[in-house]
Design a protein around this ligand. Structure first.
Ligand code: FAD
Length: 464
């Protein structure tokens, strides 16, 4: 007789493993099937290794600042292989932590490739059959490959390839200035690689507020990163040990740049093929994303889908929250929300300066003809930013003019990815800028810039 569980989860990324732990907390019997390593892309080839590389890049970069204090470090002895070793060590620690977490919650962990045989039945490696009441699909995504820009992972790299690289190239062209492109531009440039960052749209991080992005662009240029915004890559050509990248700008003017390697980060593709989804009747859109409704249910009762395979923002924290929502629904514990609300999802980009935000952007307000009250407070007005040598940045709030309701917040600067949460909590709890203003903020902190931006909504910043 087939083994039986209340829920079988396919994929142990931040969507799948968090759902498994939450389901176990709610008393459900749970099996997680994972074909690679626990932790998914996030822990193995995404958030965690990239953040470790950023951390090491920051330290390397900061060494030059010590020269003002008379300390000179010979930076030419950098061994990038060792940098990578550190990054993989962090990955092993955290994936081991996820495995231990699943064990502690008595989740059955099955290594293998899962496929939905039918509603209520999953096979592993086409052999083992597991029966269940509910199936949660959390199979994530892979780097998007575009004809003409195929990865060979030697000279044309995906994010997986650049995260596995143990030697630094002399030069790198990065195609795509989204979060991943900007983070690698920062890392590689900090370690001394000549970086050119190419973006088809008008500014880096096109999904973020333009005023915040302008600060990132200014800092990137100062750091030595060459920016080519409003420019498309049209062709890659391998010539001897180099790769030539053909570019065309918006006016059609063409040129060619050359580098040792190219990193292509145009986006991600959901992993929904060969999973038995369509055979089971689950609806996919034309790009292969699973269509979901409330509680992340698909159109087939008993089959749920979360994370990067759905059309919600492709972020680890979204996958995790969706996992919680889905299993709470399965367990008959109505979750507080039916689905993740995109306006309440924080974005977080970890280059230096960092950028984080949520909700309405100013360009959207302009496009929609919305009248908003805006407050911008520059980091330099908060003493801490000057004390730690990080004066570039700003906190920007957009509020409804009559009620003062917080519609959007965007922070660029040091530690922006931590600072955003005070404003997000305010939004979440329906607090107003004056509530943020009235709370005493410790001095000196960067959080004072958040308080000052809140004061600015009523025209009373102290230091601005
Ligand atoms: P995944 O993490 O992709 O996990 C899916 C799992 O399913 C994988 O382990 C896979 O092996 C497994 N699987 C697939 N098919 C099967 C099958 N048939 N049988 C068994 N197992 C299967 N997000 C952030 O929020 N913050 C960041 O800083 C951040 N940085 C990133 C940096 C990079 C370089 C990249 C590439 C991504 C980054 N992301 C970041 C995005 C984040 O990694 C994803 O949004 C997140 O991992 C999605 O979680 P998931 O659970 O949906 O899928």
């Amino acid at each position: 007789m087939a083994e039986r569980f209340d829920v079988v989860i396919i994929g142990a990324g931040p969507g799948g493993y968090v759902a498994a732990v939450r389901a176990a907390q709610l008393g459900l019997s749970v099996a997680v099937i994972e074909e690679k390593e626990p932790g998914g892309v996030c822990l193995n080839w995404g958030c965690i290794p990239s953040k470790n590389l950023i951390h090491q890049a920051e330290i390397f970069h900061a060494l030059s600042e010590m020269e003002a204090a008379g300390v000179t470090v010979n930076r030419s002895t950098l061994d990038y292989g060792k940098v990578q070793e550190q990054s993989r060590k962090v990955v092993r620690t955290l994936t081991g932590g996820v495995a231990a977490l699943l064990k502690r919650h008595k989740v059955t962990y099955v290594k293998g490739r899962a496929k939905i045989a039918e509603k209520g039945r999953v096979t592993v490696d086409d052999e083992r059959v597991i029966a269940c009441t509910n199936i949660l699909v959390a199979t994530g995504s892979r780097p998007m490959e575009i004809p003409g820009f195929e990865f060979d992972e030697t000279t044309v790299l995906s994010s997986d390839g650049v995260l596995a690289m143990t030697q630094l190239p002399r030069s790198m062209v990065i195609l795509g200035a989204g979060a991943i492109g900007c983070e690698f531009a920062y890392v590689l440039n900090s370690f001394g690689v000549e970086v050119t960052l190419v973006e088809a749209l008008d500014h880096v991080l096109p999904a973020e507020d333009f005023e915040a992005c302008a600060v990132v662009e200014k800092c990137f240029k100062r750091q030595g990163i060459r920016l080519r915004c409003g420019t498309r890559a049209t062709l890659l050509e391998k010539v001897n040990a180099n790769i030539k990248v053909h570019l065309a700008n918006k006016s059609g003017v063409e040129d060619v740049i050359s580098a040792e390697k190219v990193l292509v980060v145009f986006g991600r593709t959901p992993i929904t093929g060969n999973l038995g989804l369509e055979e089971a009747g689950v609806q996919l859109d034309e790009r292969g994303y699973v269509e979901t409704g409330d509680y992340n249910q698909t159109c087939i009762p008993g089959i749920y889908a979360i994370g990067d395979i759905t059309t919600s923002p492709a972020l680890a924290h979204v996958a995790s929250k969706e996992g919680e929502i889905a299993v709470e629904h399965m367990a008959g514990h109505p979750p507080a929300i039916r689905r993740v609300v995109a306006e309440l999802v924080p974005s977080a980009i970890y280059c230096e300066p960092q950028l984080a935000g949520f909700g309405l952007r100013e360009d959207q307000a302009l496009e929609q003809g919305l009248s908003v009250k805006k407050s911008v407070f520059n980091y330099i007005g908060a003493g801490k930013s000057v004390a730690i040598g990080k004066p570039d940045g700003l906190v920007k709030l957009l509020c409804e003019p009559d009620t003062g309701e917080l519609l959007g917040a965007h922070i660029v600067g040091h530690n922006a990815t931590e600072l955003i949460h005070e404003l997000l909590l305010a939004k979440h709890s329906e607090l107003l800028p004056e509530d943020v203003e009235s709370m005493i903020h410790a001095h000196p902190t960067l959080s004072e810039a958040v308080m000052e931006a809140a004061r600015g909504i009523h025209g009373r910043p102290i230091h601005g």
